[in-house]
Design a protein around this ligand. Structure first.
Ligand SMILES: [Zn+2]
Length: 428
């Protein structure tokens, strides 16, 4: 009896000291301190390729240094530098059957100044038909190390045009080209094309730091969020023109910074923890796509991607959802680790919105990694999503602290090496 009481008391004390310890590191005041910097007007909306986002990267790097994180892989700082080449077709000649090809119906994804396709046999032909989901079909093609000729049905004209403006014409170092043709004829009998491109190099960076595992160094657990946002727009009636993105996704970035502080104090992780703030999510997920190529996906045991946790979920405070819940058993493991707490994780209640494929978890998930996004955003009604009003004042700092604590606690058995989530089925 005595012994039991003693044990229970000891258990209580350790629980108490544990909860005090975590509250000391993860709390609303700290959330606010970090959010105030990331969502400040002088970050100019953290748009990729602007000085504002570089300022944010410097801040995140300083915070990682305070957590005494190590650099990732062969990096010599917390920055993971990315060079992208943007190709703008300046001269286009060619024929698809008898239809002439011009810069209006051709998009190129290449690092080459000249692209020549003499016949249909030169490149592997891929078709994006009327009934295909454009994003789901096209996005994975950017990462295929193969010359591709992609015939896009004119039903997707709007998407094709926006791809021409954004992602479809920027590429990491690679010698292959992907050429997109907007056409009503997906079964041409003849084809030739010559494109001369104007090339510009663009630089961007992820911010990455690690805490090496004590015993399972080659098994990674990734915590991520994206630090880029939409930049500056047209002023509203309050003369505000800055997309501060306090929730999207300064909130996730804040969580990543705070988790790095917490786990570096705890220092008991058997697996290696990787903390990463991604760039360029809003313009096509380039940061996470690049990151996914810098490591062996087989070594990534789990990925916690954190997106928009600044508001209450549809179930109220102390709750959040997990995208792609049914695709691995990671959600169940997290729920089990939270048993006995006031916090609960739920499966994503907005399956029609395809959120699993719309954030930075998607690239690693497509490679088989149990990579999920944790969010509270009410995607059907979230008032300030991608608006000028996504500001600090709209965040619930206390609830955010509770969510970040819950993520820390729920990851416990994965970090210790006790649990290994099942893999996600790879995309073909
Ligand atoms: Zn976001």
């Amino acid at each position: 009896m005595k012994k039991i009481i003693l044990v229970t008391l000891a258990g209580l004390f350790s629980l108490l000291s544990f909860s005090q310890k975590i509250d000391k590191i993860i709390n609303a005041a700290e959330v606010e301190r970090i959010e105030r910097v990331l969502a400040a007007d002088d970050m100019q909306g953290r748009k990729t390729f602007t000085p504002g986002i570089d300022k944010a990267a410097d801040f995140i790097s300083d915070e990682f240094a305070k957590s005494k994180l190590r650099f990732f892989g062969s990096n010599t700082s917390y920055f993971q530098d990315i060079v992208m080449t943007k190709a703008k077709p300046v001269a286009v000649t060619g024929l698809l059957n008898n239809d002439s090809l011009t810069s209006a119906n051709v998009a190129v994804n290449t690092t080459q100044a000249e692209v020549n396709i003499a016949s249909l046999n030169d490149y592997e032909v891929v078709r994006v038909r009327k009934e295909d989901d454009f994003n789901k079909t096209v996005f994975p093609l950017f990462d295929r190390e193969k010359n591709l000729l992609i015939l896009v049905d004119t039903a997707h004209t709007r998407r094709f045009k926006s791809m021409q403006r954004f992602g479809g014409n920027a590429k990491f170092a690679s010698t292959v080209s992907q050429v997109f043709i907007l056409t009503a004829n997906l079964e041409p009998s003849s084809f030739h094309l010559q494109v001369r491109n104007q090339l510009t190099e663009q630089r961007l960076k992820n911010v990455v730091g690690i805490i090496p595992g004590k015993s399972k160094k080659e098994e990674y657990v990734v915590f991520s969020g994206h630090y880029d946002h939409l930049g500056i727009g047209k002023a509203n009636k309050d003369q505000d023109s800055i997309y501060n993105g306090a929730n999207d996704d300064a909130a996730g970035t804040t969580a990543v910074i705070m988790l790095s502080k917490y786990f570096s104090k705890l220092k008991n992780n058997e697996r290696t923890l990787v903390f990463v703030a991604f760039t360029a999510e809003e313009i096509g997920g380039f940061g996470s796509r690049y990151f996914s190529k810098q490591l062996d996906p087989a070594k990534v045991v789990a990925m916690f991607n954190i997106e928009m946790i600044g508001t209450e979920s549809k179930w109220g405070t102390n709750s959040a959802y997990i995208t792609g819940y049914e695709k691995s058993d990671m959600g169940k493991i997290l729920q089990a680790n939270l048993e006995g707490t006031a916090f609960h994780f739920e499966p994503d209640p907005y399956p029609k919105q395809n959120l699993f494929y719309r954030s930075d978890n998607a690239t690693l998930a497509q490679l088989g990694v149990p990579a999920h996004t944790i969010s509270t955003s009410k995607m059907d009604t979230e008032k300030f999503y991608h608006t000028l009003d996504d500001e600090l004042e709209t965040l619930d700092m206390n609830n955010m602290a509770e969510i970040i604590k819950a993520i820390a606690i729920s990851s416990k058995s994965i970090i210790s090496g006790k649990d290994t989530p099942s893999r996600v089925e790879k995309e073909k």
